[in-house]
Design a binder for this molecule. Structure first.
Ligand code: EPU
Length: 426
């Protein structure tokens, strides 16, 4: 199974392109709905955005449609300054244009994204960090409005929590600020390293990417660049858990196992044989998995995006597992759907106790978000009978051609309804 570039990197790399006038090209971009929406965000800011095929590797090895593409973004000298609610509502990640536009234009107005199906999602750290860099920030009619008419300046910023989005916005603002910015307790996710790598190629001066202390020396301008997106560790992890849950054997290429160390170690504790190479790994299991406890934490901890897969594994494991979610307050919302499949799950606050069953039992269930959707489909593979998962448009937002990928692993799966909107438009 070949995994293409990470959604959560590619979206931010596209926003980072705003930092330099001219044509940047980002390759290994997943062909998913969220990328099409981000392209629309950039177009409304005055960019010309086009897509190209990414070559043979993107095809997924099954003759199906390509899973990735190259995105070319032509950024005007003065990009627009406003992102509307109709787009931000569809793609919360569009908030990541806040930092780059403020740095380029000294003014930006972005609709407040609000919460979503995995819980409330604040912006206080984005706002406090930009304010320390000299921005004036206000909220009005559902918009976050930031202005820095005299430009941003370097500052020392302590994040209360290593927020991925806040770290990205602040780095993208700091690269063009006057002087040195230090971000302490910064997020360390591979997607942060990826964006710092692209920014450095554009001419930014950044030290400490991948550590919790980032030091950014502002420069007066950046140049456009060509950059390949880092492989998607969450999609890779999804297949790893699918192999364990179905007592299967899956080799995943395109994403480094170093990004999944704790997750793969959990699978070893569950009884799996795991082999790793630089950019590939193989997971095998030929008996019932053993129960393992899981605690989600910022990277390098166990990723919250793999929580539904961890619950799925626990649901069919021998013994009881304690699963603790520390990032999003609404991540457990999907357990009601897992219960419809016969999973024995009790939640209390941010803890869930899952008592494993030999088999689950098929039922109609509903995807509530990207990862829950993928988790429910995979749980359906462990259920007797035919499981129907509705609202699968959520899965389209994060997994390029999930159905074809499942088929290539030998799963009998049908898409009962056509995608609600074209998953991708070239
Ligand atoms: N938070 C605040 N204030 C802030 C920023 C964050 O309270 O100013 C809180 C959030 O409410 C949340 C926690 O901090 O409870 C973590 O938020 P973070 O900023 O780290 O996450 P994010 O940037 O909103 C990204 C990914 C998520 C992924 C998380 C954690 C993107 C587009 N999204 O979200 O991915 O779960 O980091 O790794 O990069 C997904 O792909 O399905 C997804 C939800």
């Amino acid at each position: 199974m070949h995994v293409v570039g990470a959604k959560n990197s590619a979206l931010k790399l596209m926003a980072a392109a705003l930092l330099a006038p001219g044509r940047s090209v980002i390759t290994n971009v997943p062909r998913i709905t969220d990328i099409a929406i981000m392209a629309e965000v950039l177009r409304r800011l005055g960019c010309a955005v086009s897509f190209d095929d990414d070559g043979a590797e993107a095809a997924g090895g099954d003759g199906g449609p390509p899973r990735s593409c190259s995105v070319s973004i032509e950024v005007p000298a003065d990009p627009g300054t406003e992102a509307d609610y109709d787009l931000v509502r569809r793609l919360r990640a569009s908030i990541c244009v806040l930092g780059p536009l403020l740095a380029r234009r000294g003014y930006v107005r972005v609709a407040h994204p609000g919460g979503d199906a995995i819980g409330s999602r604040g912006l206080d750290m984005h706002v406090a960090g930009l304010a320390r860099m000299g921005a004036e920030i206000s909220g009005e009619h559902g918009f976050v409005i930031a202005s820095a008419p005299r430009g941003l300046h370097g500052a020392t910023i302590w994040l209360d929590f290593p927020s991925v989005g806040a770290t990205e916005n602040l780095v993208m603002a700091a690269v063009l600020a006057r002087g040195v910015t230090e971000i302490d307790n910064a997020a360390r996710e591979p997607e942060i390293v990826d964006i710092c790598t692209m920014l450095t190629q554009m001419g930014a001066r950044i030290d400490g990417a991948g550590t919790s202390m980032l030091r950014i020396e502002g420069v007066s301008e950046l140049r456009p660049v060509r950059h390949a997106t880092v492989g998607d560790r969450i999609v890779a992890g999804t297949w790893a858990f699918a192999a364990a849950m179905t007592r299967g054997d899956v080799t995943v290429t395109g994403a480094s196992p170093a990004f999944l160390e704790i997750a793969l170690d959990k699978l070893v504790s569950a009884g799996c044989l795991v082999e790793t190479r630089a950019d590939a790994f193989r997971v095998r299991l030929d008996r019932r998995p053993s129960a393992v406890d899981v605690v989600t934490l910022p990277f390098p901890g166990f990723a919250t995006d793999l929580l539904p897969m961890a619950i799925g594994l626990a649901s069919v494991s021998e013994g009881a597992s304690l699963v603790t979610e520390n990032i999003f307050d609404g991540r457990f919302m999907f357990v009601n759907e897992m219960a419809r499949l016969g999973a024995d799950i009790k939640t209390d606050g941010h803890h869930a106790v899952v008592r494993g069953r030999e088999r689950l039992s098929s039922a109609p269930v509903r995807a509530t978000d990207i990862r829950a959707g993928a988790g429910l489909v995979i749980a359906g593979l462990c259920a007797d009978g035919v499981t129907e998962v509705s609202h699968v448009h959520h899965v389209d937002r994060g997994y390029p051609d999930f159905i074809a990928d499942l088929r290539s692993l030998g799963v009998e799966v049908e898409r009962a309804t056509a995608p609600e909107e074209p998953a991708f438009t070239l």
